[in-house]
Design a protein around this ligand. Structure first.
Ligand SMILES: NC(=O)c1ccc[n+]([C@@H]2O[C@H](COP(=O)([O-])OP(=O)(O)OC[C@H]3O[C@@H](n4cnc5c(N)ncnc54)[C@H](OP(=O)(O)O)[C@@H]3O)[C@@H](O)[C@H]2O)c1
Length: 344
């Protein structure tokens, strides 16, 4: 049995879902993978939950809210760095803080500190990877540690695993994805007759869209994902400013309905392809009309999908995958299993 220690940074929707999922899967992880995985600390901006033993979600939150006052496991003011004193290297950071696409913080500081302490890292947050991908990748390589981020690249939909491992040895000639479940839901409902504002309101009332949906509907979430997927699968060094981004905010219902009348669909497509004459790759996100023959034509509602065009394996498409904090948590758990499982 291999014992794996985890520190979780950020205990919002995804952090909570991760700790609950780990509890639910505990026996399975032991039986199938020989892994005994424990969360030994959860870091917030103003302190840490830590008591020197594995933590359970009931020692962190009560009645759905974080439990700090009077909690023996809560250490006000304890910093993330302090947590590593007394622990062997070899554990894994589970980075679930917010995605700040401008500064990359606090994710960058957490991931780089973890590497310096000899810990691997998996991330659901995108900020650090969008802003400092090359630096983090080099740091991981220098220290011989793993950096995985399925949770940040469409979560339950396998994108990096396909592009980096399943397509190894091919030349990827282009990548096209529907990488944001919220906008795909809005577009699906618009094709069914709602206008943009109605579809957005419905998505918000169902908890699919956030109260501030800008990141999704203006296309930046999709842009971050296609950027990370391209940089990881093609060893690229594109920056977010290189991505041409047009979202679906305020999209005309007529545009979506007239496509539907012609048997076509409008999707927010994130695309990466070589520039003219095979030059530097060009990345863009924009509402696009797909014909019924397109491999992503049937991806509807909150589903996502990705298509890789390759030289030797042809076109490879993956669709589906839960769009939710639980889906993101499951993607991080998959990454952790793949870091620590025995090879066979
Ligand atoms: N929700 C999804 O379905 C989903 C799917 C894939 C990826 N993601 C990514 O996963 C990450 C987490 O998403 P979420 O939905 O869980 O967001 P969330 O509910 O807003 O949680 C983010 C958490 O980060 C905490 N935080 C902020 N600054 C921190 C710091 N310096 N140290 C430690 N914690 C800090 C926040 O705490 P305070 O509230 O106390 O500031 C909050 O609890 C985001 O980056 C998101 O883009 C989310």
């Amino acid at each position: 049995m291999k014992s794996v220690h985890l520190v979780v940074t950020g205990f919002g929707n995804v952090g909570r879902a991760f700790v609950s999922l780990l509890r639910e899967k505990r026996d399975d992880l032991t039986r199938r993978y020989g892994l005994e995985i424990d969360v030994v600390a959860v870091a917030k901006a103003d302190g840490c939950f830590f008591n020197g033993r594995p933590l359970d979600v009931r020692q962190i939150s009560k009645g759905g809210s974080l439990w700090t006052a009077g909690n023996p496991a809560w250490r006000e003011g304890m910093s993330f760095g302090d947590l590593f004193d007394g622990w062997e290297p070899g554990g894994c950071l589970v980075e679930c803080t917010l995605s700040d696409l401008r500064t990359g913080e606090p994710g960058f500081s957490y991931i780089s500190q973890a590497f310096r302490r000899g810990w691997n890292a998996v991330a659901a947050s995108k900020g650090a990877l969008v802003v400092s991908f090359r630096e983090l990748k080099d740091l991981a390589a220098e220290t011989g540690l793993s950096l995985k981020f399925s949770g940040a690249t469409a979560a339950a939909l396998p994108t990096l695993d396909v592009g980096m491992f399943s397509l190894a040895g091919t030349r990827i000639e282009s990548i096209q994805g529907i990488l944001n479940g919220t906008t795909n839901y809005i577009l699906t409902r618009m094709a069914e007759g709602l206008d943009y504002d109605e579809a957005l309101k419905e998505a918000q009332s169902k908890g699919i869209a956030e109260p501030d949906p800008a990141n999704d509907v203006e296309g930046w979430d999709s842009a971050s994902k296609i950027l990370l997927i391209t940089n990881a699968c093609l060893d690229g060094d594109h920056a977010l400013r290189d991505v041409h981004v047009k979202g679906i905010a305020g999209l005309s219902a007529d545009f979506v309905r007239s496509a539907a009348r012609e048997g076509r669909v409008v999707k927010l497509m994130a695309t990466a392809a070589p520039g003219r004459k095979g030059g530097r790759w060009s990345l863009d996100v924009r509402p696009s009309v797909l014909n019924a023959t397109h491999p992503l034509f049937h991806v509807s509602g909150t589903e996502k999908g990705i298509t890789f065009l390759t030289d030797s394996m042809g076109t490879v498409t993956v669709t589906g995958g839960r769009s939710s904090p639980r889906g993101a948590a499951a993607a991080m758990l998959k990454d952790i299993i793949n870091i620590y499982r025995r090879p066979f």
